[in-house]
Design a protein around this ligand. Structure first.
Ligand SMILES: [Zn+2]
Length: 197
């Protein structure tokens, strides 16, 4: 039997796309990297291909993901960063041995020290998280306006007024909910008018 696995939500920012592999944290959480193979798939999308992943490495990845989520949420809320989260991010960053290399076409590629080094890929993600949480990169950390999501995302829009972590899911759902509420108000108004006749 083939089990349907949840799709990835792909964003342009590595660290917050990674935290997005667990979505609806304040609703019914959806785990998008439930197996080592799904982590392998996800890493490949972001140019961090590994050829194997153990359950222990998946655990390490999830620990880093929740640490980034906690630290990014605190930073977006202007709260002090949780010490344990900072520790995990730093440990992953320090232990990663990936190198950035420039291709002849002028693109950046990541070279891992070995194809089974998930830790190297996690190091790249941790460093990316550090660059956005520290405020080094041009953009603003914010929390998704969806009450069941509240994911931290990195807003790089000109106006810095983005409200949702993902337009196609959270943004769309919110829009639909608003439309439905409007429709309900309209219907109840017309029912009232109808009963007055
Ligand atoms: Zn969201």
């Amino acid at each position: 039997m083939r089990v349907e696995l949840p799709d990835f939500r792909l964003g342009s920012v590595l660290a917050t796309s990674f935290t997005g592999t667990l979505s609806e944290r304040h609703g019914e959480p959806v785990e998008r990297i439930p197996t080592p193979q799904r982590l392998i798939d996800w890493l490949a999308v972001y140019g961090l291909a590994v050829d194997s992943c153990t359950t222990a490495q998946l655990e390490l990845a999830r620990e880093l993901r929740e640490a980034i989520h906690a630290a990014a949420t605190a930073a977006a809320s202007r709260d002090p960063l949780p010490g344990s989260a900072v520790q995990v991010i730093n440990d992953r960053s320090v232990q990663g041995r990936a190198a950035a290399v420039l291709t002849p076409e002028g693109e950046r590629r990541w070279r891992l020290s070995s194809a089974s080094r998930v830790e190297d890929a996690l190091g790249v993600i941790a460093a990316d998280a550090i660059s956005i949480i520290s405020g080094e990169r041009d953009g603003r950390l914010a929390l998704c306006a969806s009450p069941t999501c509240r994911a931290a995302f990195f807003d790089t829009s000109q106006s810095r007024t983005r409200r949702w972590c993902d337009m196609n899911t959270c943004g769309n759902r919110q829009k639909k909910a608003r439309l439905k509420a409007k429709q309900r108000a309209y219907n109840s108004f017309h029912n009232e008018v109808g009963s007055l006749r």
